[in-house]
Design a binder for this molecule. Structure first.
Ligand code: ADP
Ligand code: ZN
Length: 651
């Protein structure tokens, strides 16, 4: 077979393998089943194209992207490698001709769309080929958890069997464990070698700009865009944000255009071409802008809103610097922006089967939290990303040299960060020269209602300890530790003991540190300050520099936390949800801002009379909300009562 590096140079003209490519090529040639996870642009195709050239027979490549198939085939043909595709854009005659060629052994690679396997004709033609390897590109499409699920992918395992079970290699850029598991399971892979590689993009400078006030966000963005040279993409979560940002940029004389799913196809093509050709410098877009961006010299990707997952973030940010030259990825981050994802998750009720919804929603929430961790708690942005994707590579003690946390710079000229000053001060204490997560000061943020309750509980434990205990000891009390020294403390007899069970030691310890910074407490063995008392009594709220405060709840506590469901009029509840969703969309606010789930459940259970008093008795309906909510839901409640008069309750 000769030396692989040499074959790489001869056949593909590349001087070296990229990280991870060689071992995948070797495994594919050896006939191993393989799952290879590599980010977009890392060079997945080569990992099966080189084996295809080296092996006898034809390599079958399943790919869902018909437009990209043609590009691939053209590129291969240009290298003198015989390749072709069959898909629905061709006439039956053309398809037959190509399959005949393949049968004659004239093709090294044959690309097929997954739906081909539905057709018996195509199937029996394929069965007559000598298939060396079965390649599944975009393999995450087999998983129903992904956003790209394609039912045709579920038929691939039987197609593989029908074709005599050649070795299978599956490629994807999507790396969550769940999707990876689905790939192996649904494709029927046999002891696959799993390779995760290529996620480190050293030419990308990653940074996060904490936004303290919403009003400053646009200013920050304008500054960043104006100080950068070259093409840039600004990603926004909503069309409305796209419009605001584009307008602001254009008013400043920036050459910017807009791209989102609401535009006509034709318009989108025009926009994309203008960007690819360099006629438009800045593209302001939703995540609809992505597939098929051809531009290698994008110098910056700025996220105006936080994406819903690290994957989405890195995929979008990764569109910068494809040419290998230095590029910037900046995330403008404010905690409040995560609410938009809460809204998207709520909207998922309409799209996800009801019995799967809760599991799906909690997964989505976990993804958002991982994104918050990237913004708030990472000690190195690149390290955090590699860790997320499961790539086995650690950033050394000297840091990555390409993120704000390791270099102390946003990388954006003219941008300096208060949080980074704080970082520089604390990093001196870190023996490894890099800021430790726990020492770094996070930007402060407002807390939601539940989090405020957590804060109150923590403060009340501080009050009870009354200067006797350290933060760590208070933390152990709150978590209900069973350590002997804890069990012998008088606080075990109080309500504070175990009151924050499930929140984890580190988050609560950090909370206590943050409370000290916010001057709610004072001292090594803390006592409450007067502010601390106010906050504890709920008379004052406080912004804190903490990550999300959420408990990993036990099954038992989850069950007791939800409302009793026996009396709920389910049909009404569904209607209320739909009405809420519609209102939320109109108002462009998250659904829970309109009304919480508990409120809807209350309405569906009680079906209140049409007077203020009755409505005020429902959970979450205060004087200000009676009128708007009765306008919104009143008619539905009345209808339900007429249609389904309540029966005498059985005990
Ligand atoms: P992916 O499928 O992972 O998104 P591609 O396979 O399309 O990425 O590869 C992206 C680009 O990288 C292509 O232009 C390809 O020619 C190039 N490439 C792949 N492997 C190498 C290599 N070893 N050296 C240089 N360029 C490479
Ligand atoms: Zn770093």
């Amino acid at each position: 077979m000769g030396d692989l590096g040499q074959r790489l140079a001869e056949r593909f003209g590349h001087a070296d393998f990229r990280p991870g490519q060689r071992v995948i090529v070797e495994d594919v040639i050896a006939g191993q089943d393989v799952v290879a996870v590599m980010p977009t642009g890392a060079g997945k195709s080569l990992c099966y194209q080189l084996p295809a050239v080296e092996l006898e027979g034809t390599t079958l490549v399943v790919s869902p992207l018909i437009s990209l198939m043609k590009d691939q085939v053209d590129a291969l043909n240009a290298l003198g490698i015989p390749a072709a595709f069959v898909n629905s854009t061709q006439s039956p005659g053309e398809q037959r001709e190509i399959l005949d060629q393949a049968r004659a052994g004239a093709l090294k690679l044959l690309y097929v769309a997954p739906e081909r396997f539905r057709f018996e004709g195509a199937m029996s033609a394929l069965q007559r080929l000598e298939i060396s390897r079965f390649i599944v590109d975009e393999a995450h499409c087999v998983s129903q958890w992904g956003h790209d699920f394609r039912p045709d992918y579920l038929n691939l395992s039987s197609a593989i069997e029908a074709l005599g079970r050649p070795p299978v290699a599956a490629f994807t850029a999507t790396a969550t464990d769940l999707v990876r598991g689905d790939i192996a399971k649904h494709l029927g892979l046999q002891r696959p070698e799993v390779h995760v590689s290529g996620f480190l993009r050293e030419n990308l400078h990653l940074s996060v700009v904490p936004i303290k006030k919403m009003a400053h966000k646009l200013e920050h963005l304008l500054k960043i865009i104006e100080s950068l040279e070259g093409s840039a993409i600004v990603y926004c979560a909503t069309r409305r944000h796209c419009e605001e940002v584009t307008l602001a940029l254009v008013q400043r004389g920036v050459n910017a255009a807009i791209y989102h799913g609401g535009l006509e196809d034709q318009e989108r093509h025009t926009m994309q071409d203008a960007f690819d050709l360099g006629d438009t410098r800045v593209m302001v877009a939703t995540n609809a802008f992505g597939m098929g961006i051809d531009k290698a010299d994008v110098r910056a990707v700025v996220h105006y809103d936080v994406p819903g997952s690290v994957e989405a973030y890195y995929q979008e940010a990764g569109r910068a610097g494809r040419d290998g030259e230095k590029a910037h990825c900046v995330l403008l981050f404010t905690y409040a922006d995560t609410r938009i994802h809460e809204f998207f998750i709520e909207r998922g009720r309409d799209e996800v089967a009801p019995e799967r919804y809760e599991a799906w929603a909690s997964r989505e929430r976990r993804k958002v939290r991982a994104m918050v961790r990237y913004a708030y708690e990472a000690s190195c942005r690149h390290g955090e990303i590699l860790d997320y994707f499961g790539e086995n590579m650690t950033v050394g003690p000297e840091g990555c040299g390409a993120c704000d946390l390791c270099t102390g710079q946003t990388g954006v000229p003219g941008e300096t960060l208060a949080s980074l000053t704080a970082l520089a001060q604390t990093s001196g204490r870190s023996s490894r020269g890099r800021a430790k997560t726990a020492e770094r000061e996070l930007p402060t943020r407002p807390l939601d209602e539940q989090e405020q309750v957590v804060v109150q509980k923590a403060l009340s434990a501080v009050a009870r300890a009354d200067g006797r205990l350290s933060n760590s000891a208070i933390c152990r009390i709150l978590l209900g530790s069973k350590r002997p020294d804890v069990l012998s403390d008088p606080l075990v007899q109080t309500r504070s003991y175990g009151q924050l069970k499930g929140y984890g030691h580190e988050p609560i310890r950090r909370l206590l540190v943050a409370l000290e910074r916010a001057r709610c407490t004072q001292g090594q063995r803390p006592r409450l300050t007067s502010t601390g008392f106010e906050v504890m009594w709920g008379r004052q709220s406080v912004d804190l520099s903490v990550g999300p405060l959420v408990a990993k709840r036990s099954k038992a506590s989850r069950a007791s936390a939800s409302a009793p469901t026996d009396d709920i009029d389910e049909q009404l509840l569904e209607q209320l949800r739909a009405a809420r969703l519609e209102a939320a969309r109109d108002l462009e606010v998250p659904a829970y801002v309109v009304a919480s789930n508990k409120t809807l459940e209350g309405l569906a259970a009680v079906r209140p009379e049409a007077n203020d008093e009755a409505w005020l008795s429902i959970h979450g309906i205060g004087p200000k909300k009676v009128e708007p909510l009765r306008d919104l839901f009143g008619a539905l409640v009345e209808e339900a009562k007429e249609e389904r008069p309540s029966e005498p309750k059985s005990a």
